[in-house]
Ligand binder design. Sequence first.
Ligand SMILES: *[C@@H]1O[C@H](CO)[C@@H](O)[C@H](O)[C@H]1NC(C)=O
Ligand SMILES: *[C@@H]1O[C@H](CO)[C@@H](O)[C@H](O)[C@H]1NC(C)=O
Ligand SMILES: *[C@@H]1O[C@H](CO)[C@@H](O)[C@H](O)[C@H]1NC(C)=O
Ligand SMILES: *[C@@H]1O[C@H](CO)[C@@H](O)[C@H](O)[C@H]1NC(C)=O
Ligand SMILES: *[C@@H]1O[C@H](CO)[C@@H](O)[C@H](O)[C@H]1NC(C)=O
Ligand SMILES: *[C@@H]1O[C@H](CO)[C@@H](O)[C@H](O)[C@H]1NC(C)=O
Ligand SMILES: *[C@@H]1O[C@H](CO)[C@@H](O)[C@H](O)[C@H]1NC(C)=O
Ligand SMILES: *[C@@H]1O[C@H](CO)[C@@H](O)[C@H](O)[C@H]1NC(C)=O
Ligand SMILES: [Cu+2]
Length: 586
Amino acid sequence: MSGGGAAMESSLLCAKQLLLCCLFLFLWALAAVAEAKTVHEQWDISYQFTHSDCVRKLAVTINGGTPGPTIRAVQGDTVVVTVKNLLMTENVAIHWHGIRQLGTPWADGTEGVTQCPILPGDTFEYRFVVDRPGTYMYHAHYGMQRSAGLNGMIVVAAAPGSADAEPFAYDGGEHEVLLNDWWHKSTYEQAAGLAAVPIVWVGEPQSLLINGRGRYNCSAMASDAAAACNATHPECAPQVFAVVPGRTYRFRIASVTSLSALNFEIEGHEMTVVETDGHYVKPFVVKNLNVYSGETYSVLIKADQDPNRNYWLASNVVSRKPGTPTGTAVLSYYGGRSSPRAPPPTAPPAGPAWNDSAYRINQSLATVAHPEHAHPPPPRADRTILLLNSQNKIDGRIKWAINNVSFTLPHTPYLVALKHGLLGAFDQRPPPETYNHTGYDVYGVQANPNATTSDGLYRLAFGSVVDVVLQNANMLAPNNSETHPWHLHGHDFWTLGFGVGRFDPAVHPATYNLRDPVMKNTVAVHPFGWTALRFRADNPGVWAFHCHIEAHFFMGMGVAFEEGIERVGDLPEEIRRCVSTKGGGH
Ligand SMILES: *[C@@H]1O[C@H](CO)[C@@H](O)[C@H](O)[C@H]1NC(C)=O
Ligand SMILES: *[C@@H]1O[C@H](CO)[C@@H](O)[C@H](O)[C@H]1NC(C)=O
Ligand SMILES: *[C@@H]1O[C@H](CO)[C@@H](O)[C@H](O)[C@H]1NC(C)=O
Ligand SMILES: *[C@@H]1O[C@H](CO)[C@@H](O)[C@H](O)[C@H]1NC(C)=O
Ligand SMILES: *[C@@H]1O[C@H](CO)[C@@H](O)[C@H](O)[C@H]1NC(C)=O
Ligand SMILES: *[C@@H]1O[C@H](CO)[C@@H](O)[C@H](O)[C@H]1NC(C)=O
Ligand SMILES: *[C@@H]1O[C@H](CO)[C@@H](O)[C@H](O)[C@H]1NC(C)=O
Ligand SMILES: *[C@@H]1O[C@H](CO)[C@@H](O)[C@H](O)[C@H]1NC(C)=O
Ligand SMILES: [Cu+2]
């Protein structure tokens, strides 16, 4: 019997172990679930009077403020933002810039592409997973609303033990720097001017903001307007960044500018660039950093200067002849003899020469992948799309065009139209794949600037590798070419190459960096230059690809890509509110 008892005992033990094992598995699963948490945000979008640069302005705010709150999450978390549109007479849509929206293409927040706008009084829930650590941003993607103040940052930390953990260390902590440009005129006035004949250009911004704070010179205003300028308003007191002597800090930098390319500098402190657009870069040291609208960077700085004085953080306009004073904030050392708010004893740094594009191209070329975090690109592309960026005229209006086609957004979002087979919703003819790249004079004013408009889009084979070469050119005025920061939704791309002058498809692909190109979601096309990028069309949905200068996108500088639409799941009803899907959908 003892033998049987032993058997019973051992089977009991086994059962106990199984139970323990089950319990352990259960707890482990629970912990894993608990780890990937949900981050909830409840946002009321409304117009409020603000004093971002000391001048009173009606701004689009989130819960009463601009910029909006920083969304903080951990890799793998689900972010849920409940947006209530309290603008009364204006639609809204919010884009989560740099978040690829894998499996949730309807949450990209791009009006006309992935959703109908959120109507006044309506509530809309954005729900998406932040799958990669890094520095990102959000902003309005309806009309030119971003420049009215609806913007902010997203900071995603690496999950504990993740292979995506930072390959660098900092013992001081983190600071966030959100760069912006700011106008006193309303966005409505700007948009109406851009569409007018003759055009009323938005002009240079009145101020540059750092974390929503700028400093307009009230004394320079006409006396009747000066009443709206309050130099001592707390909303325009410069941001102070405090540091402990000897420590190393990570500064996360994002630019949501509407027009300006910026150069950013922390006086007296070299910056080591370590991240861009959520990807780690091979560290390189700079005195100042060029940041284009839609880009993010992380830099490390060591607090190793004289702690008894303060230092400027400075942003300066580059690539356009500046008409705006330097944007400033203050770096102050704990324990130093200087009061934290005291202005530094020096003049703010003026930045590099605004027209030194060689300097800026150099910095673009220096930005390559971190050796331990390089994702080599596929060796070749299945399809190459050449996009000429030119300034054109349509019915006397100044427009931007891509291969002679100025982009317009359809009323019915592409995602809805394609999913429901609404073929009449947009132009079914795809835009041109190329332009006369052998003959086009990128340095000259084109003989006939007339172009057309279209809301056609490029349809990409699912999973294919696509190269896009952006060719810059001269504008309508002679000897003039600007920087265009191009942003791709739904993907990161490899930045394969930059060049000056005319791109030659027979020559330049041989010069591509296929070894360690950095992946990004936004990249600059420099004056008279070209930029080549590659991406895999593996994210089912419809994705905008456009110049991140708000006025340029408004004037037609963009395209749209569709891929794998048949793999997109059922669309939420909330994105279809501007569409009558007769007989289909609902
Ligand atoms: C502000 O404007 C006034 C009047 O134009 C000028 O005298 C003064 O120098 C300006 N101040 C600054 C800091 O630029
Ligand atoms: C300027 O703002 C401060 C702080 O809000 C306030 O106390 C002061 O009255 C304002 N000045 C004017 C002229 O409005
Ligand atoms: C920049 O402009 C200045 C004049 O404002 C000119 O002297 C200089 O040569 C220009 N530099 C470059 C790199 O074009
Ligand atoms: C380009 O960068 C390298 C270092 O990365 C530097 O030595 C060189 O002077 C730079 N050239 C220009 C034109 O800025
Ligand atoms: C461009 O279009 C305008 C009408 O919008 C027309 O008057 C003009 O002749 C066209 N220019 C050329 C070169 O075709
Ligand atoms: C391309 O441009 C060149 C120079 O203007 C011209 O000679 C050539 O005919 C053009 N080719 C096409 C296909 O239009
Ligand atoms: C754009 O279209 C106009 C009118 O058809 C033409 O004259 C011009 O050469 C085209 N430009 C380009 C860059 O293809
Ligand atoms: C434009 O650039 C050309 C060289 O590309 C030069 O010959 C010409 O003088 C410049 N014109 C102006 C107005 O600067
Ligand atoms: Cu542009």
